[in-house]
Design a protein around this ligand. Structure first.
Ligand code: KG4
Ligand code: ZN
Length: 358
């Protein structure tokens, strides 16, 4: 089954062609980071306008890379017949960004006579681990635990079968990526914060010299909504704690900036690793799968590898090019039979707060 995937949930416009759920024939991502950099975060109006400008060109590039012989500059219309379906993210994400991808996908599916498949973006991040050639088949590792950590999401998900998953833990406030981005903004390190903090933290000898709060929500907190506090995180206190620390101890030089931010990163990584460890020891999981932009973090990758080893299960980390938002994960998951299909798909509207497993 060959599927064209389209992704526009936040600030990346992406299209990809995937064969049989695992074989990526093309994956094209246009990142809007430079457009949002002056504002220190994603501006929804700028994001949706840029998606409108870029989306058809990105889809053409993905088709040319997948089916061309390297010399074509435009699509051969016969290539559309090679597609068995068009898959698109319909949530969660920014409404004004999602709508651009969904409308484009509906129009394209109608025009070329291919079925449309609506995909959940967070569930697709989990599928990104299966896009590596050495990864097992999803069916070989059910039930498994998945951690999705990005600029908009931080959740622990139990995956028991194809199309069957449920959230067992999540952040009660800021997503892990947001915690990185907000700290970088506070310290004037630029946007996005994750990559620069990761690099700075690698430059210090001691990982944690400042004792920042470890992001543990209190049991009984009504925001938990029935979830176990031991599997949830809260990063808003950490961010506030950094703000007070900086007021009291303004860093005198780059070495002090690096030391502070390394301790801050360690608090985020520690919180996530600890929740994964608890979940792995409690459940009977066959693997830990990790996706989302924050899963690029070198310290998090190190800690999650150690946590999985201790629990006796393999850790599946997405390839760097599939950690952040991309459309290969959308097309790939659709190939596996997931998502909203049939007449219902053509009726889909965007669902900005769509949860995994819903
Ligand atoms: O998955 P993604 O590309 O987009 C969303 O769906 O949000 O994730 C973007 C997030 C940003 O918050 C960025 O700071 C973070 O991923 N990020 C990192 C690293 N690279 C990107 N966070 C920590 N360490 C990194 N190396
Ligand atoms: Zn994402």
């Amino acid at each position: 089954m060959i599927v064209l995937g389209i992704e526009s949930s936040c600030d990346e416009t992406a299209a990809a062609v995937v064969d049989n759920g695992r074989n990526v024939l093309s994956s094209v991502v246009y990142s809007q980071i430079e457009l949002h950099q002056p504002y220190g975060g994603v501006v929804p109006e700028i994001a949706s306008r840029s998606h409108v400008e870029k989306i058809s060109g990105i889809i053409s590039s993905a088709m040319i890379q997948a089916f061309g012989n390297g010399s074509e500059e435009s699509i051969d219309t016969s290539w559309w017949n090679k597609l068995d379906a068009v898959a698109v993210t319909y949530g969660p994400g920014l409404a004004s960004s999602l709508i651009v991808g969904l409308s484009e996908a509906k129009g394209l599916a109608l025009r070329i006579g291919a079925p449309l498949i609506g995909i959940n973006h967070v569930e697709a991040h989990i599928h990104s681990v299966f896009l590596s050639s050495g990864a097992p088949e999803p069916a070989e590792i059910f039930p498994y635990l998945a951690l999705v950590v990005s600029g908009g999401h931080s959740c622990l998900i139990e995956v028991t079968a194809l199309n069957t998953c449920s959230i067992i833990g999540q952040t009660l406030d800021d997503a892990a990526g947001e915690a990185f981005d907000k700290a970088a903004k506070m310290m004037g390190l630029g946007y996005p914060g994750g990559p620069v903090i990761d690099k700075l933290a690698r430059s210090v000898d001691c990982r944690s010299t400042i004792d920042f709060p470890k992001g543990r929500p209190r049991a009984g907190n009504p925001i938990l909504g029935g979830l176990d506090a031991d599997l949830c995180v809260s990063f808003s206190g950490l961010k506030t704690s950094l703000m007070y620390y900086l007021k009291k101890n303004p860093p005198a030089d780059n070495a002090e900036v690096a030391a502070i931010i390394a301790s801050y990163q360690e608090a985020i990584v520690d919180a996530l690793a600890q929740r994964c460890s608890i979940a792995l020891l409690r459940g009977n999981y066959k693997a830990l799968a990790v996706g989302g932009g924050v899963s690029l973090n070198s310290r998090l990758r190190e800690r999650l590898t150690a946590v999985s080893q201790a629990a006796g299960v393999p850790v599946l980390l997405a390839e760097p090019r599939f950690c952040g938002d991309n459309a290969a994960m959308i097309a790939g998951l659709a190939c596996m039979g997931a998502g909203v299909t049939g007449a219902e798909a053509m009726e889909l509207d965007v669902v900005p707060s769509l949860a995994a497993g819903s």
